[in-house]
Design a protein around this ligand. Structure first.
Ligand code: KG4
Ligand code: ZN
Length: 350
């Protein structure tokens, strides 16, 4: 079953053709350059760029797979969570095309896509990764920080999530404060690699004493803000690497501690990591070590583009949903769900 998937939940306009877990083509127009000068995603600009690019991105996905709409069996689209006016562009386009070409449509939760990105394969069917349920997912992006227990029937239990900022958002805000531009995550990773002492400033680790699986990142951002106020311009400049690294250390330390706690509590044998922050090589090393310690297989999306927003992950999620017959019943009733939660029933998507 060949699926054409569309993703426009934030600042990537994306389309892909998938077959089962195989990615036949993936086309992504990143709006980073548009939002960069504003230091973050501006919803109205995102909407305009999605509108301008969506047709071209879909055509590129079909061409990349050397297919036409005649070859496509099912279409899929992200309905949430995300920016309302951005989601709407993809949903409207998916409805329009599903009607025009008479295709069934599958509505997908963006976060389920980030989980499924771990099972993506190339057109030859590699890598061959087993799905070992229940699995634990650590979802770390610009909008989300969640620990999720994934069951084989595609039901999800959110064990814990952030009570304020997401870890990617915190990295982006720190990047801005440090004058590194947007997005902050990759810039902080690069600088931190060159730090003399990786944890010079020992920022407080938020929510460490909280016994559950929740996260909080706004306090860490404030800690950096006050530290920067305390330092002279010269000190800031001379210690930029150490500031970036200390921030990253604190942000990731909490992720590791809570993930370890969740591994212990659930006894899972597989950890799936997804979302833009999972592209971070330093965090990957730490998570792999954690997995080794507990005999847990740690997976990351097999390619870097599958960590950040893309439509291939939406197509793979749609494959599993379609296998269960979960198609949209009435295209006219399908709407964006900006605050869609992973634990929400899939019936909400019909
Ligand atoms: O999943 P994503 O593309 O979009 C959302 O759904 O939010 O994630 C974007 C986030 C940004 O906060 C960005 O700073 C972060 O992922 N990110 C990284 C890295 N690459 C992207 N954070 C840390 N290290 C990276 N290498
Ligand atoms: Zn995302």
């Amino acid at each position: 079953m060949k699926i054409l998937a569309i993703e426009t939940s934030c600042d990537e306009t994306a389309a892909a053709v998938t077959e089962g877990r195989r990615v036949l083509s993936s086309s992504i127009y990143s709006q980073i350059l548009i939002h960069k000068k504003w230091g973050g995603v501006v919803p109205s600009l995102a909407k305009r760029a999605h509108l301008e690019r969506i047709d071209g991105v879909i055509d590129a996905a079909l061409k990349g797979a050397r297919l036409t709409w005649d070859d496509i069996d099912v279409s899929a689209v992200t309905v949430g969570p995300g920016l309302a006016i951005a989601l709407e562009v993809g949903i409207d386009k998916a409805k329009e095309l599903a009607k025009k070409y008479n295709k069934k449509l599958v509505a997908i939760n963006h976060m389920e896509g980030h989980i499924m990105a771990n099972y993506a394969q190339n057109s030859q069917g590699n890598p061959k990764r087993d799905m070992i349920f229940p699995a634990l997912a650590l979802l770390i992006s610009g909008g989300h920080t969640e620990l999720v227990l994934c069951h084989d029937n595609l039901e999800y239990e959110v064990l814990g999530e952030t009570v304020d900022d997401a870890v990617g958002e915190a990295l982006d805000k720190a990047g801005k404060m440090l004058g590194l531009g947007y997005p902050g995550g990759p810039a902080i990773e690069r600088l931190a690699r060159e730090a003399g002492n990786i944890d010079t400033y020992q920022f407080t680790r938020p929510m460490m004493r909280d016994p559950g699986f929740s996260f909080s990142y706004s306090g860490l951002k404030t800690a950096l803000y006050y530290k920067l106020k305390e330092l002279s311009e010269k000190e800031k400049k001379n210690n930029l690497r150490e500031l970036a690294s200390s921030f990253q250390e604190a942000a990731f330390h909490v992720l590791i501690v809570k993930t370890e706690r969740a591994i212990r509590a659930t006894g899972v044998k597989q950890l799936l990591v997804g979302g833009g922050v999972s592209a971070n090589s330093y965090l990957r090393t730490k998570l792999r070590a954690l997995g080794k310690k507990h005999g847990v297989e740690v997976l990351f999306p097999p390619q870097k583009y599958l960590c950040t927003d893309n439509a291939a992950m939406i197509g793979i999620a749609a494959h599993f949903r379609a296998q269960k017959g979960e198609y949209v019943d009435d295209l006219n009733k399908l709407e964006r769900i900006p605050r869609l939660h992973l634990a929400q029933s899939v019936n909400a998507l019909k």
